[in-house]
Design a protein around this ligand. Structure first.
Ligand SMILES: [Fe+2]
Length: 155
């Protein structure tokens, strides 16, 4: 449990650091707004993890999420190759969804561990974030299928 929370804390902070770049590269206002909204949510996710750590009486710092480091590095490589052309939004969405799916998996695990440990309040906090990650993932799919991918397929 401690490891999972510290891993997520590292992952969320890395995402907070990377989001301004994704926002600045987004071509459509719809995608930019989705990232901006997710930035505000991510700030809340960090706070919730701090709350969880406090309740568990652990330090949220202490791990570096290597998986998130890799996902962000990969996204940056891709973006360097794609500056501002038609497939940029589709590429941004693809990279962001990999991040969301990693978070969905990790929060799902952490939530279940908390439930099984009889930590209902912690499970609820983790579930709230899990729900927001899922909503973000769905919104990104919607933007991709209605707009970004069509442009990318034509390009
Ligand atoms: Fe998050």
């Amino acid at each position: 449990m401690e490891h999972t929370i510290q891993d997520l804390y590292s992952a969320e902070n890395q995402i907070l650091e990377a989001l301004p770049q994704l926002i600045s590269k987004a071509q459509s206002s719809q995608l930019r707004q989705a990232f901006e909204q997710h930035q505000r949510q991510t700030e809340k996710h960090v706070q919730r993890l701090e709350q969880v750590a406090k309740q568990l009486d652990i330090d949220p710092d202490g791990e570096t999420c290597m998986a998130m480091q890799g996902l962000i590095e990969e996204a940056q490589d891709l973006l360097d190759q794609l500056d501002g052309d038609e497939i940029t939004d589709a590429a941004l969405i693809g990279a962001a969804q990999k991040v969301e799916h990693y978070e969905i998996a990790s929060y799902g695990t952490a939530r279940t561990l908390a439930q099984q440990a009889g930590q209902g309040q912690i499970a609820d906090l983790l579930q709230q974030t899990l729900d927001e990650e899922k909503q973000t993932d769905e919104k990104l799919t919607e933007i991709a299928t209605t707009k970004a991918n069509q442009k990318a397929v034509k390009a």
